[in-house]
Design a binder for this molecule. Structure first.
Ligand code: RM4
Ligand code: MN
Ligand code: MN
Length: 430
């Protein structure tokens, strides 16, 4: 067992921060109270919010040009959960893990569930991987996903892909999960390679069959993406296709928006609004991008867009984050993965607090008065406000860290994982 980070060790490590935190918090509360803001309501909502960590994100990612493992990477799903427990101890806001099968393929699900429960971590949406051939999914190699899984012309391949997805659901049931996310790599690289309509129909029918296999308390999410690894066409390429697929599959099929899965300059906040309006917004993957599905740290490239997206989520949730599945979906090629997850979670918390600051009545008045300048003032008043003391206080009230990154470093968690797991361990994942 790797070292555990506890509230007590955090409190000890942060003893020197208390006085400054109290001063900053008092000043922020006084400033915001002058504008009639209920800072306690904001702190409460930030404390309530949690975002899943994906099991594959606690190891370093790579590109097709190489991978540079950081050392001390988790060797098993249990160790991935240990790392997420450490993350959650620091942020108080990563209470669930999202598994990716067969990157995670536990031999003893009951034991894994116990291990996670002891670490205070529950299981979020399961992810089924049919973008790679794998003995567990494609059996003896007689079938291959090279030309797609659910979209494949070969009924046998589609059957294997469905079996794999059903097995992922069964595993999820044993772990206490209640959702599956289906991201498909299916598409084409060459014009004329496949018939768009027939590919789509095959995927739609498979998803419908999968929907029939859902346990009563489960949901499934279709995750769209315009390109990569398919570079000419993807079957589930955009939110419209995703919505059609979900509608065809059944009432418990919803759409998942990954911030990096849009063509350049797409208005993602409007996509969120449309999906929420139709009752089909099911999940959300946080990351940021400069060019494509770059899986960069959420808010690191375009924090204002992210603010506008969170504003739409709050609109969908009537002023609180709506009950959809949230996950950080980023890749950590250079940073310590846990440090990036800490920063991503902090960014989500800060942006949530800023978006909660928006005076929605004022905004609605400005909209009804056709006054875009006033609407902009309302948004900027919130976006330019320093909410960091409120976020630190939300974490403190959860028994987590006021300053999670410096505290993570001070506690020496990475050195402890290197000592326990060795400096050559490599986690499964991207
Ligand atoms: C995809 C997509 C999925 C993630 C995989 C690893 O691009 O974002 O959500 O599961 O990558
Ligand atoms: Mn994703
Ligand atoms: Mn992606």
């Amino acid at each position: 067992m790797t070292m555990q980070i506890t509230t007590e060790s955090i409190v000890d490590a942060e003893a020197g921060l208390v006085a400054a935190h109290e001063r900053d918090l008092g000043a922020a509360q006084e400033r915001l109270a002058r504008d009639g803001v209920d800072t306690d309501a904001i702190i409460d909502e930030v404390s309530r919010f949690s975002v899943a960590a994906p099991s594959w994100a606690v190891g370093t990612g790579g590109t097709r040009f190489g991978r540079f493992p950081i050392g001390g990477e988790p060797r098993t799903t249990e160790e991935k959960i240990d790392d997420i427990a450490a993350l959650n101890a620091l942020t108080g806001a990563n209470r669930t893990v999202s598994l990716h099968v067969p990157w995670d393929d536990p031999a003893d699900p009951a034991a894994l569930r116990k291990h996670a429960a002891a670490a205070g971590i529950a299981f979020d949406a399961m992810n089924s991987n049919t973008f790679q051939d794998n003995p567990a999914t494609t059996g003896d190699g007689a079938v291959s996903y090279k030309f797609g899984s659910f979209a494949n012309v070969d009924a046998d391949v589609r059957k294997r892909a469905l079996e794999h997805n059903r097995a992922v659901i069964e595993l999820g049931v044993q772990l206490g999960a209640t959702a599956i996310t289906v991201w498909l790599a299916d598409g084409t690289n060459h014009p004329g390679q496949a018939n768009f309509r027939r590919q789509f129909e095959r995927v739609a029918d498979c998803l419908r069959e999968l929907h029939e296999a859902l346990p009563d308390d489960w949901e499934m999410y279709t995750e769209h993406k315009p390109y990569e690894p398919a570079f000419y066409s993807s079957v589930n390429s955009d939110w419209g296709s995703s919505l059609l697929l979900a509608q065809h599959a059944g009432p418990r099929a919803k759409c998942l928006v990954d911030l990096g899965h849009h063509l350049p300059n797409a208005n993602i906040e409007q996509v969120v609004s449309r999906l929420a309006m139709t009752g089909r917004l099911g999940g959300f993957h946080f990351n940021d991008s400069k060019y494509g599905d770059d899986d960069l740290t959420v808010g690191s490239i375009d924090p204002y867009q992210f603010f506008l997206v969170v504003l739409e989520l709050l609109d969908a949730g009537g002023g609180a984050m709506p009950p959809v599945r949230y996950m950080i979906d980023a890749s950590h090629n250079l940073k310590d993965p846990l440090e990036d997850l800490i920063q991503a979670t902090d960014q989500v918390q800060v942006t949530l607090a800023q978006a909660l600051l928006v005076d929605r009545d004022d905004l609605a008045d400005a909209q009804d008065a056709n006054d875009p300048a006033r609407a902009a003032e309302v948004l900027q008043a919130a976006y330019r406000s320093d909410v960091r003391p409120l976020v630190a206080e939300a974490r403190r009230r959860n028994g987590a860290a006021r300053a999670p990154l410096p505290t993570y470093r001070r506690l020496g968690y990475r050195a402890a994982t290197v000592a326990a797991r060795g400096d050559g361990s490599v986690a499964t994942g991207l």
